[in-house]
Design a protein around this ligand. Structure first.
Ligand SMILES: Cc1ncc(COP(=O)(O)O)c(C=O)c1O
Length: 398
């Protein structure tokens, strides 16, 4: 009988712990801490950004997910964060200095709005909001005072207005400001903001990047030095991503292009079908002939042999207001009445009582969130089933 070890060994030293062969799927490095050696001590002295030695600074699984986002966004680098809001706050705090001024779109996600108009001013930053589609308003706001950041969503939540990214980047750079873009709704499958001059791209990776509604995560992508500053803020703000969630995001991204191609096609079909219904008064999707930002779409959206990639989100307004919109959602049998977006399941919500609940009715009107607006994130269900589901629900809610 072999001798029993006299003392308990360290966990990583048990025999066979590191296989000779390499795994095809990246392992989840759940370890928070790593054995220190001379090289890691040197890195720690230099800020600790490069070596893997403590999980809040860096983790191999989290890095693997970030590298995948960098590839999708055509970015030099990316760094994962604990959530989309973590990405937005960390990105902004990586570039803002005391007293700086931010000019931001009015049409942004509800919690982003709270960060912009409630939290940032309380911390001493000056924030002005302008209509995302009104370039003159952006110009006037930038001219009104030294500006550090322009902030916009590629495709506004929930109005689906496309931002004129090249124009906003030029405006920002003319005055030495940075353009920070939330690309959650559009996704890099449809738009790559950095290729249009944006300086930092932020995401709720909870959404289309992950794609399965099973992890909360965020990411910031951009030039190498800018992302290093983001990493420094992740360390001090503690907005790091858990490796298990990073693994789920990485796994979801393995089917990113497949899912988006499918969801884009479904969104086109759904938008076309809804546009043909008399009491659906306003369908918003870049594939429709009447799309208000068609000229911008032609310059900003990516394309393939099928034409412009017009996105997987659709929003529409029904006659009868929010009461009717709520009734409509209760009649859906394929799509899910649930907040969030970007899952393999179609997710449907009414912004007034979910993503934008914190806005007053006047603020909702200013942000062009109409009474009766429904927001749809198309999943990967059979297209015909989904279109039929919506047409049935519209009919049943009359
Ligand atoms: C456009 C947009 N940005 C950011 C967020 C925040 O993401 P998270 O919930 O991952 O913090 C959301 C959430 O819905 C969103 O829709």
């Amino acid at each position: 009988m072999p001798d029993q070890p006299r003392r308990r060994s360290r966990p990583a030293q048990s025999a066979g712990f590191v296989p000779r062969t390499r795994p095809v799927v990246p392992p989840i490095h759940q370890s928070v801490t790593y054995f220190l050696d001379d090289q890691s001590y040197k890195d720690v002295q230099a800020g600790g950004l490069d070596e893997v030695w403590y999980g809040r600074f860096r983790n191999p699984t989290v890095d693997v997910a970030a590298d995948e986002v960098a590839r999708l966004e055509a970015a030099e680098a990316a760094f994962m964060t604990s959530s989309g809001m973590g990405a937005i706050a960390t990105a902004l705090l990586s570039v803002l200095r005391a007293g700086d001024r931010v000019v931001a779109a009015t049409q942004v996600y509800g919690d982003t709005r709270d960060l912009l108009v409630r939290d940032l001013p309380a911390w001493g930053f000056d924030v002005e909001q302008v209509d995302a589609a009104d370039l003159d308003a952006w110009r006037a706001a930038v001219a009104a005072g030294p500006t550090r950041v322009l902030y916009v969503e590629t495709m506004a939540n929930p109005q689906l207005e496309l931002a004129d990214l090249p124009a906003l980047a030029a405006l920002a750079h003319d005055v030495g400001a940075l353009l920070v873009v939330d690309n959650t709704f559009a996704t890099p499958y449809n738009v790559q903001p950095l290729t249009h001059g944006a300086d930092l791209v932020v995401h709720s990776a909870t959404k289309f990047l992950n794609g399965h509604s099973d992890a909360i995560a965020g990411v910031v992508a951009g030039a190498y030095d800018a992302v290093r500053e983001v990493q420094r803020r992740v360390i001090t703000l503690g907005t790091c991503l858990d490796p298990h969630a990073a693994y789920l995001v990485w796994r979801g991204m393995q089917t990113f292009e497949l899912r988006l191609a499918r969801s884009n096609a479904t969104a086109r079909a759904l938008a076309a079908a809804l546009a043909g219904v008399a009491d659906v008064v306003d369908v918003r999707h870049p594939s429709l002939p009447g799309y208000a930002r068609a000229e911008v779409a032609g310059r900003v959206l990516r394309s393939d042999t099928g034409g412009l990639r017009t996105g997987a989100m659709v929003s529409f307004t029904v006659e009868g207001g929010d009461e009717r919109a709520l009734r409509l959602m209760r009649h859906l049998e394929v799509a899910c009445e649930a907040t969030s977006l970007g899952g393999v399941e179609t997710l449907v919500s009414t912004p007034f009582n979910s993503s934008h609940f914190s806005l007053t009715p006047e603020e909702r009107r200013a942000a062009r969130i109409d009474d009766g607006m429904v927001r749809v994130s198309c999943g990967v269900e059979p297209e015909e089933d989904l279109v039929e589901d919506f047409l049935d629900a519209v009919g049943a809610s009359r």
